[in-house]
Design a protein around this ligand. Structure first.
Ligand SMILES: NC(=O)C1=CN([C@@H]2O[C@H](COP(=O)(O)OP(=O)(O)OC[C@H]3O[C@@H](n4cnc5c(N)ncnc54)[C@H](O)[C@@H]3O)[C@@H](O)[C@H]2O)C=CC1
Ligand SMILES: O=C(O)[C@H]1O[C@H](OP(=O)(O)OP(=O)(O)OC[C@H]2O[C@@H](n3ccc(=O)[nH]c3=O)[C@H](O)[C@@H]2O)[C@H](O)[C@@H](O)[C@@H]1O
Length: 471
């Protein structure tokens, strides 16, 4: 099948590359010329395990190409995926300017029948707005908009489908290739029926052992995406809130996690307490759903709390540091392991490390940070964060060795749960730190083991560390 991905970021690039891997002819379009030039010269603009090899293989096989030429990209695809960003507007609602710009581009250039697929995360009702934007362009070209069904091959007609994406960064290729489910919302029309059949064929390779596809109406598909992210984020904030209470009552959240996760109705996934959720999606999607609720006079109180708890949680580790050292951290130096919002990605969007670094540096501390992948992206993001006080940036240095980052630090602060942090040589850690002191925002280690090693250890929700000495 001929497929076009409009927007070649985390979702567009992974989706396009994976469809090419399955034998489709794929064009990835982006407005960012630097991104496309980089892709055309064999580079990959994001870090995602396995992606580079897949891109190289499929580009070499002639199944995958990259362009900034909208007309060419729209002409190529029988299926046009919209995979552009939907960032939060000032009031928290999803900003659809990129999605609607793409819809207009499609309407401006399309010939014949096109299946337009919203893969971006968008509010309920967006498919209708996309259809209106395409129709307006078609009318401007002198065509009467025809969503009903293509009788003549050259007359522009289309169906707008919702196919939200559930992949996780850091495991995007794996998640895309082995999805739990494929949600497809199709309109109830002749064009919709044709789109449904095309989507069934496109996704057939994922359904060989059992059918994972859920066909539904467009609005339910759009809503499903927000519901899934909201449910996952709620679990995390719930566990974080319980972790904070566990410290007060002398319980260990890791024990509690095992105790509840073993109930299959609850399950073990997404029950890890930590420094709060970050990334480009949970924070913005929750805000967007809250906003949708407000607009429909249906306030989502639980989600409001999920966000509030998360904002607070990003500073829980800093609070522990302040309680240990006092409010001024002038003269204190910290080693910080992990900048990315989660392991296996270089994505720094809404990363808890940004809030933690800001809070420490504003109190006078200096930091040496190490991240296996995200350092370069982090430097750019932190430059933005400190735009109003650029002199504070000097307080942050970076190391390309996690051990060297420890040298002469007053404590080690762990923010991201990269695998390579899980079993460090603790004698080396102790030798390099000026004090054997560890603030672990991801509960990577056991408090008892740390005590045996003579390391003063503070986790999240762990009563049997040194938490009591902070209160
Ligand atoms: N990042 C993730 O893990 C997931 C993201 N999503 C959703 O997918 C959407 C895309 O997210 P990401 O891929 O992370 O965004 P991204 O920011 O990495 O990529 C978006 C790309 O679209 C391009 N773009 C913007 N306007 C354009 C236009 N008019 N024509 C062509 N290209 C244009 C940008 O230059 C950028 O390269 C969002 O709605 C997001 O919520 C959904 C599931 C997972
Ligand atoms: O819509 C999206 O963009 C995506 O958002 C999330 O994926 P992602 O943000 O890439 O990463 P997650 O693995 O979900 O982690 C999000 C944040 O939650 C944190 N987290 C996750 C799990 C957990 O138990 N505890 C916890 O604090 C992570 O550290 C990270 O900061 C969802 O998991 C994907 O299904 C969805 O497609």
């Amino acid at each position: 099948m001929n497929i076009t991905l409009i927007g070649s970021g985390y979702v567009g690039l992974v989706t396009g590359t994976c469809f090419a891997e399955l034998g489709n002819q794929v064009v990835c379009l982006d407005v960012d010329k630097r991104k496309i030039d980089l892709l055309n010269s064999g580079g990959v603009p994001i870090y995602e395990p396995g992606l580079q090899e897949l891109i190289a293989r499929n580009a070499a096989a002639g199944r995958l190409r990259f362009t900034t030429d909208v007309q060419d990209a729209v002409a190529h695809g029988d299926v046009l995926f919209i995979a552009v960003g939907t960032p939060p507007d000032e009031d928290g609602s999803a900003d659809l300017k990129h999605v609607l710009a793409v819809a207009r581009d499609i309407g401006r250039w399309m010939q014949g029948f096109k299946i337009v697929v919203n893969k971006s995360t968008v509010p309920v009702g967006t498919a209708d707005k996309v259809a209106q934007a395409i129709s307006a362009e078609l009318e401007a070209r002198g065509h009467s908009p025809n969503q009903a069904g293509p009788q003549d091959g050259n007359i522009p007609s289309f169906a707008v489908v919702s196919n939200p994406e559930f992949l996780k960064e850091g495991a995007a290729v794996e998640d895309f290739m082995r999805p739990d489910r494929i949600v497809i919302g199709v309109p109830g029309s002749e064009a919709g029926n044709r789109a449904r059949e095309a989507m069934r064929v496109l996704y057939a390779p994922f359904n060989r052992n059992h059918d994972r596809t859920y066909f539904m109406d467009v609005r339910s598909a759009e809503f499903t995406k927000y519901a899934a992210n909201s449910m996952l984020a709620s679990r995390i904030s719930f566990m974080n809130e319980l972790a904070n209470l566990a410290e007060q009552v002398g319980a260990d959240i890791e024990m509690v996690r095992h105790g509840i996760g073993s109930d299959p109705r609850i399950g073990f996934n997404f029950l890890y307490a930590g420094v709060g959720f970050g990334g480009s999606c949970f924070p913005k999607d929750i805000q967007a759903l809250i906003k949708i609720g407000q607009e429909h006079n249906s306030r989502l109180r639980i989600l409001e709390a999920v966000n509030e708890v998360n904002d607070r949680q990003k500073l829980v580790l800093t609070d522990k540091i302040i309680r240990r050292f006092g409010d001024s951290l002038k003269g204190r130096h910290f080693a910080l392991w992990g900048l990315a919002f989660k392991p296996n990605t270089d994505d720094m969007r809404e990363a808890p490390s940004r809030a933690i670094i800001k809070a420490l540096v504003e109190r006078g501390a200096t930091i040496c940070a190490y991240d296996p992948i995200a350092t370069e992206v982090a430097k750019q993001c932190l430059a933005q964060d400190f735009a109003a006080a650029p002199e504070l940036l000097k307080a942050i240095t970076y190391s390309d060795s996690h051990f060297e980052a420890l040298n002469s630090a007053d404590a080690l602060v762990i923010v991201t749960d990269w695998k390579s942090f899980k079993s460090p040589d603790f004698s080396e850690v102790k030798a390099r730190l000026s004090e054997p002191l560890l603030f672990d925002g991801r509960n990577l280690y056991e408090p008892e083991a740390m005590a045996e090693l003579g390391i003063e250890y503070y986790g999240i929700g762990r009563s049997n560390g040194h938490q009591e000495s902070l209160t």
